[in-house]
Write a protein that binds this ligand. Structure first.
Ligand code: SF4
Ligand code: SF4
Length: 202
């Protein structure tokens, strides 16, 4: 893969960094990043990202908007929060990556359809089990593309799954679920009722 990292002679354009700082959740802490690399070194998925978080933050400072918003780092981050816990400068890495993902979809750098498919799978797990089960969410998302495409996507991302299992971020036992799923159902039904009511009133 061609490297899009900034070179030593590059003229830095702080416009994008300023924009991220003002418009992306957690972006106001970006200037605190001292490029120590603890986040990328702690990330179980760094090997499956085209740029680790440290490098991505340097690219933001370098004004490399397109490369940042097209980066698969935004989508391969599994939100384990290791980087956030370990960052010595309290940079909310996970929030920044999520916020950049939202910008990428909004500005057409990422496929909206893909994120919607994933959101549907995520919501299905949340409302059915009361938890998000990594394997089921991922499986449901992959197979929403069809059987063959689902198997291909699963095989292509196998290294990520293995890294997550190795670091205990994905389990192999029965699906995670809450005990009171009936209670959850009642809460969600009530929420839908209130929402419908508010929709009629407005
Ligand atoms: S751990 Fe924190 S300070 Fe270090 S590179 Fe990552 S974000 Fe920057
Ligand atoms: S939250 Fe994302 S970027 Fe941070 S360590 Fe976990 S996978 Fe890596």
């Amino acid at each position: 893969m061609t490297s899009t990292a900034p070179t030593a002679n590059r003229t830095y354009d702080l416009g994008f960094a300023r924009w991220v700082s003002q418009n992306v959740e957690g972006g106001d802490r970006l200037s605190m990043c001292m490029q120590c690399g603890v986040c990328s070194g702690s990330c179980p998925i760094a090997g499956q990202m085209d740029h680790g978080p440290r490098k991505l933050f340097m690219m933001i400072r370098a004004g490399m908007k397109e490369a940042v918003l097209r980066s698969d780092t935004l989508w391969n981050c599994v939100k384990c929060y290791r980087c956030v816990v370990r960052c010595p400068r309290e940079v909310p890495v996970t929030y920044i990556l999520s916020g950049l993902g939202t910008v990428a979809v909004r500005e057409g750098y990422a496929e909206r359809q893909d994120t919607e498919r994933f959101a549907k799978a995520f919501w299905w797990s949340s409302r059915t089990l009361g938890r998000t089960d990594e394997r089921l969410v991922t499986g449901k998302y992959y197979f929403s593309f069809g059987l063959v495409a689902g198997i291909k996507k699963g095989l292509a991302n196998l290294p990520i799954a293995l890294a997550m299992i190795r670091t205990k971020r994905m389990h192999l036992t029965a699906p995670h679920k809450i005990k009171d799923r009936k209670g959850l159902k009642a809460i969600l039904a009530k929420a839908a009722e209130i929402e419908a009511h508010e929709g009629e009133a407005s």
